[in-house]
Structures are given as structure tokens and as C-alpha cells.
Design a protein around this ligand. Structure first.
Ligand SMILES: NC(=O)c1ccc[n+]([C@@H]2O[C@H](COP(=O)([O-])OP(=O)(O)OC[C@H]3O[C@@H](n4cnc5c(N)ncnc54)[C@H](O)[C@@H]3O)[C@@H](O)[C@H]2O)c1
Length: 331
């Protein structure tokens, strides 16, 4: 079966992870061409991955049938709409946009174009998370009573990224809100608290620490804790407690070796999402390629992304107002 050549837009922190996946770890998708607004970044990635490079999005679109967009969040909507209008399938990093009306307009544009559209919530493609999700779906957990998840970066991203990120809830907590819907179900109420332990975040009107409490439609409760600078390492762990069993998903170590000295055992922790999730990022691009080639459903739809975005907006509002926010099902 032929592989699906992907044109990659945006070659920064996330784009280079996708480039490495497409050029090495993927088995269905492959890297066809790279594009970045910065010619140095485009040329360097073209040379490193031995593919054509360009600083023209039109040229990228002309060369491929499908694109993956990993440029800054503010560029996702126009690049997606342009690709879809040209009949290209689109994988887009989260979030689709920082604005709800624009997000809905993007979903309408991809629907109208009839192209495959997938959003980058990679945990849905991680083997550990997917295995737990399948057993929860099969009813092995019984009724879910409690959801708990932590997503903590070891160190914060650079200030230039933060200023265009949309803030902590839209940029980071949104991942956990997607996982909450995926593993437990729809959320009806969100309460959130936030703090800036580093004054640089307060200067940006942002926070680096948050706790978000969820009420699910099925009666379960959830709690999400997030940090931009956990310092000890990168942590992404979840527990789903049910009436028959509890699922705990956590694989913080980069290697299987434990180093033992008198009275002490130590293991190397993942430092960032690249070290923790190289295979999940490859698997999500392979799932996208299968959706393009074989017509299988993408693991994360635009509607999933809109629902997670709405929950992130609700959390942001709750943090700002100090009040719980009710969430309606999105139209
Ligand atoms: N799924 C995840 O786990 C995850 C992790 C990190 C970032 N992200 C998302 O990935 C996106 C990029 O984040 P990042 O950390 O890689 O940012 P970054 O700032 O490191 O890189 C952005 C790159 O895009 C390029 N660029 C800027 N404008 C462009 C344009 N109009 N067209 C093409 N290229 C352009 C820049 O030159 C740069 O190389 C963001 O939307 C972010 O939310 C997702």
C-alpha cells in the first residue's frame, strides 16, 4: 500500500517533532515537503530530512494532497481554510483558533470542502491511553466516579510563544479537557483557579499553575492540575476510578533502567512532550494518513476540538470571574 505524502507547515518546536515522525517513525504517512515562513528554518529542515523545502504555502499545497499544520496558533485557521479550499486534507495542531467564531468557520470550511480534518490531541493515539480507553469503553471499569489528570511541563516555553498561545487554559489545559471528554463523557460544569508563580506570566496576563474541577453529565467528578514549570520533569498522568476498577496511566521514565545506590533508586524522567510521546505523535499522523488513504475515521474530529475549546473557554472564564461556569452542548 502506498504511503501518504504530507506537506508540513511550521518547523519550530512542534513542527520538528512532526518532521522527525514523518521522516522516520511513521509507517503510513511520509514527509513530502516542508514549509516555514522563516527561510533558515525551511532550508535547515529540508536539508536535515532530505525533502524539498519552500517559504511559499501555495507551493507546498501544489506539491501534496495533504498538509500538517504546526505553525503558530494564530495562523492555523487561514492555513487550514486555504488548504481545504484547494481540496487538500488537513491535520492541524491544537487549538484551531483562539476565537470561537473562527473555529466554527474553519469547521464549516472543511466540511464544505469534504476533506479529512484532524486536530492534534496526540494522547488519543498513544498506545497506553488508547488501551485504557478501549477497556473503559468496554465497560470493564463499571460506572466512572472520579477522573484525575496532571499535565506539567518541566520548563515553560519562550515568551514569544506564550504571547500568542491564548493563555494557559486554551494552550495547555485544553489537552486534559479533551481527554476528560474522551475517557469519561460530556462535562456540564467547570470551575477553575489559577496562579502565576513566575511574575513573567502575570505580566502577560497569564498563569503558570491551575486547578480545574469538572462535573460530568453522568455524575462523575474530575480534577485537573497543570503547571508550566514542574522543574523535576515532564508529567502527564491520569486516573479514572470506577465502580469495578481504576485505570492509572503514567509512564514518566524515558528508559527501563533503574540506578540503585545504597538506600536510593533513581530513574531518568522524561523532560518534555517530545521525550514522552514520540510514538503518539507518529501514531496520530499515521491515523490521519489512514483516514486520507483508506477512509477510516480520524481519531480526533473538528467537533471534538470545538468541544474541548469550549471547555477551555469556560475554565478561563471561571478563573477570571471566580465562579463555576455551566457548559451547554455545542451546536
Ligand atoms: N500537540 C502538542 O503536544 C503541542 C505541543 C507544542 C505545541 N503545539 C502547537 O503547535 C503549534 C506551534 O507551536 P511551537 O511550539 O512549535 O511554536 P514555535 O514558535 O516553536 O514554531 C513555530 C514555527 O512556525 C513558523 N511560522 C510562523 N509563522 C508562520 C506562517 N505563517 N507559516 C508557516 N510557518 C510559520 C516559525 O518560523 C516557527 O518555525 C502551536 O499551535 C502549539 O499550540 C502542540
Amino acid at each position: 500500500m502506498s504511503r501518504v505524502g504530507i506537506g508540513l507547515a511550521g518547523l519550530g518546536r512542534m513542527g520538528r517533532i512532526h518532521a522527525a515522525a514523518l521522516a522516520g517513525r511513521c509507517s503510513v504517512a511520509s514527509l513530502a515537503c516542508v514549509y516555514d515562513a522563516n527561510p533558515d528554518a525551511a532550508q535547515a529542515a529540508g536539508a536535515e530530512f532530505d525533502v524539498p523545502w519552500t517559504t511559499s504555502y501555495e507551493e507546498l499545497i501544489d506539491r501534496v494532497g495533504a498538509v500538517a499544520i504546526a505553525s503558530p496558533t494564530g495562523t492555523h485557521a487561514p492555513l487550514t481554510v486555504q488548504a481545504a479550499a484547494a481540496g487538500r486534507h488537513v491535520f492541524c495542531e491544537k487549538p484551531i483558533s483562539l476565537d470561537r467564531a473562527t473555529t466554527v468557520a474553519v469547521l464549516d470550511a472543511v466540511d464544505a470542502a469534504g476533506v479529512v480534518f484532524q486536530v492534534g490531541f496526540h494522547r488519543r493515539s498513544d498506545p497506553d491511553w488508547a488501551a485504557a480507553a478501549a477497556r473503559i469503553r468496554a465497560g470493564e471499569l463499571g460506572e466512572v466516579t472520579l477522573f484525575r489528570t496532571s499535565l506539567r511541563d518541566m520548563t515553560p516555553p519562550n515568551p514569544a510563544f506564550l504571547s500568542g498561545s491564548g493563555g494557559f487554559f486554551l494552550d495547555v489545559v485544553v489537552h486534559d479537557l479533551d481527554v476528560a471528554r474522551w475517557l469519561v463523557g460530556e462535562v456540564v460544569e467547570v470551575s477553575a483557579h489559577g496562579a502565576a508563580s513566575d511574575p513573567a506570566f502575570a505580566e502577560l496576563g497569564d498563569i503558570d499553575t491551575a486547578v480545574t474541577v469538572l462535573r460530568f453529565a453522568n455524575g462523575a467528578l474530575g480534577v485537573i492540575d497543570n503547571s508550566r514549570s514542574a522543574r523535576y520533569g515532564y508529567e502527564c498522568s491520569t486516573e479514572v476510578m470506577g465502580t469495578l476498577a481504576t485505570a492509572r496511566i503514567d509512564a514518566p521514565h524515558v528508559r527501563g533502567v533503574e540506578w540503585r545506590t545504597p538506600g536510593l533508586a533513581s530513574r531518568e524522567l522524561a523532560r518534555d512532550f517530545e521525550e514522552r510521546y514520540p510514538w503518539a505523535y507518529a501514531a496520530e499522523l499515521d491515523a490521519f494518513a489512514r483516514a486520507v488513504r483508506d477512509g477510516t475515521p480520524p481519531p480526533v474530529t473538528g467537533r471534538d476540538a470545538l468541544a474541548a475549546f469550549d471547555l477551555a473557554l469556560a475554565a478561563d472564564e471561571s478563573w477570571r470571574t471566580g465562579q463555576p461556569v455551566s457548559v451547554k452542548e455545542n451546536p
